[in-house]
Design a protein around this ligand. Structure first.
Ligand code: N01
Length: 544
């Protein structure tokens, strides 16, 4: 536990607070820094025992970023971006956590961060126009503004499988990994789930365990990361060009520089041209490379099929056993409609003698017993079980907090049919409550750090505007919200996203409304829209 906890009594804090920020990941840390820059008094409440958010929790073997760190990093401080030396192209979790710890120290953020403090409720008082935010420690904080910097993938899920509690060995979820690590040497390990977390951890668990059984319901598309150490000359070159690269990233669709902007459709190109372009991107090891090859990869099923087939060919080339290769080939959803993974040696892992793949689409898991996993076809004894089963994404963490707005309206009730927001920044009926990377914003479809910076800066400007204008509250209007939700749905509706049972759609959580949650219109266009809203005196919001 940090020595920085409770340096100021919460009562004293609360009396003078302007803002409560929930979460000390990339979003919360920068929000605190920005609000301080406006001369505001803010406190960050963080459930974890340390800062870092996603990078604090996700400590599973192989956890690393899938966006190049030189760009998956803050751009707001020239000194910070010049002094930090990323060691790898795609650093592993410890390096990113060190970076965020460095940021917390460098900007002296820790004194206003309360660790090991989970927010359980937040309610708005219409008379005082202030939020009261309660924690699991039994205390509460009052402030004019409340900013939810709670992350998009922070409520982990273990599926409700009969007999789970009967299992006699240890169970782990990738996002709740023990800080001391896990030694699987000599063990029979079962991994359930083949999304990014499974795909990153499986090769490393396979190297250590005596036997690894992977339970796959849906094969995912995965691309080689081509990770490597960064050499100093390369690092310096990026640093030298940061002003241009960051500007390009801010205005690009996915928040990254350097990706080609396609001009034509895939089917207009010859097969040779397509193959050459796909191969070029495959070799580069970039998450967004293949979808950026042609304009219609995410809109035309036939165009998409060409790239999906290209990836399937790569899988068949890599995996020696044809039956296993077939099982690993995704066929049930278009490429890019679930987030692809970026891996190191994932498919080749299935060539190892100690690894087997079990198709639980064909023979589903029926229960877990004391010894292991039972499917409709067989029993698989294991010593340890790893759940790489994902998250209640985008809304799970917000809905876990009892958030009450005007007239006691509960956010989780308002969102029962799916989240509704204006610009992903606010929800009508909840004045002065801001969401960072909320549903209805580009967030998870883009470089998260670029998306977070845009939100934090917009929110800080907005708060400053409210104060300068002598108002005490700002609230999204229902009409503006309805128009925005309509636009978000229209954009994703013109794409292929609804063809996958993805967490983008909430389809991985039984009973969750099937609504495409992020905004698929691109970060650059979204930024321009947010800037235009601010420039016109916060159109679609009302000040009081
Ligand atoms: O979770 P997921 P994740 N029985 O939801 C399976 C980010 N991330 O933690 O597809 C059996 O993608 C499920 O099967 P299905 C990234 O944005 C980034 O892997 O629902 N299986 C699926 O295979 C990513 O997209 C990095 O049929 C069950 C898996 O579990 C997001 O986090 C690294 C099941 C869950 O996959 C989530 O990734 C890691 C059940 N009852 C994560 N329930 C980076 O590289 C679920 N599954 C930065």
């Amino acid at each position: 536990m940090s020595q920085h906890r409770r340096s100021v009594a919460p009562e004293t804090d609360s009396a003078a607070l302007d803002a409560v920020i929930v979460g000390a990941g990339f979003a919360g840390l920068y929000m605190l820094h920005k609000l301080r820059g406006l001369g505001l008094r803010a406190v960050v409440l963080e459930a974890g025992d340390g800062v870092g958010g996603t990078w604090y929790w996700n400590r599973y073997p192989g956890a690393r970023v899938d966006v190049e760190a030189m760009h998956y990093s803050y751009s707001f401080s020239t000194e910070l971006e010049q002094e930090w030396e990323w060691q790898e192209r795609y650093p592993a979790q410890p390096e990113i956590l060190r970076y965020l710890g460095h940021v917390a120290d460098r900007f002296e953020l820790r004194r206003d961060i309360r660790l090991s403090t989970r927010v359980v409720a937040a309610s708005y008082d219409e008379v005082t126009a202030r939020w009261s935010v309660s924690t699991d420690r039994g205390d509460s904080y009052e402030a004019r503004y409340c900013v939810m910097a709670t992350g998009c993938l922070s409520s982990s899920r273990v599926p409700d499988i009969e007999g789970l509690e009967a299992f006699e060995g240890p169970r782990y979820h990738t996002a709740q990994w023990p800080h001391e690590g896990v030694d699987f040497t000599g063990q029979r390990v079962g991994v359930i789930g083949t999304g990014s977390s499974g795909i990153q951890s499986i090769p490393l668990i396979a190297e250590q365990a005596a036997e690894l059984t992977v339970f796959q319901r849906t094969p995912n598309y995965s691309l080689p990361a081509r990770n490597r150490p960064l050499d100093p000359a390369e690092r310096d070159a990026v640093k030298h060009h940061y002003p241009r690269l960051r500007a390009e990233a801010r205005n690009s669709p996915v928040g990254l520089p350097g990706l080609s902007r396609p001009t034509g459709g895939a089917l207009a190109a010859s097969e040779e041209e397509r193959r050459a372009r796909y191969t070029e991107q495959w070799e580069k090891g970039l998450l967004h490379g293949l979808v950026s090859t042609y304009t219609d990869i995410l809109t035309d099923p036939d165009a998409n099929r060409t790239v999906a087939e290209f990836v399937r060919e790569k899988i068949r080339e890599t995996v020696s056993d044809p039956a296993t290769a077939d099982l690993l080939c995704p066929t049930g959803h278009p490429f890019g409609t679930k987030r692809p993974a970026l891996d190191t040696g994932y498919y080749a892992t299935y060539n190892r003698d100690n690894v087997r793949l079990v198709d639980i689409r064909r023979a589903p898991i029926t229960r877990i017993n004391a010894r292991g996993v039972v499917t409709a076809g067989a029993e698989y004894p294991v010593d340890a079980l790893v759940f790489a089963t994902g998250f209640d994404a985008m809304t799970g963490t917000l809905n876990a907090i009892d958030i009450r707005g005007r007239g006691g309206l509960a956010l989780r009730d308002k969102w029962a049919g799916g989240p509704v927001t204006y610009l992903g920044l606010q929800s009508a009926g909840f004045p002065n409550l801001f969401l960072v990377a909320g549903p209805g914003s580009p967030s998870v479809l883009t470089n998260m750090v670029a998306a977070i910076e845009q939100h934090v800066e917009w929110i800080a400007d907005c708060v400053d505007h409210v104060r300068q204008s002598g108002a005490v509250a700002i609230e999204a209007l229902e009409d503006a919200e309805a128009d925005w939700v309509g636009h978000v749905n229209e954009v994703s509706g013109a794409m292929l996203y609804s063809e996958a049972d993805s967490w983008y759609l909430g389809a991985n959580v039984p009973g969750k409304a099937r609504v495409f949650m992020p905004y698929a219109g691109g970060l650059g266009a979204y930024r321009r829209r947010c800037d235009a809203v601010a420039a016109t005196g916060y159109e679609g919001f009302v000040l009081s």
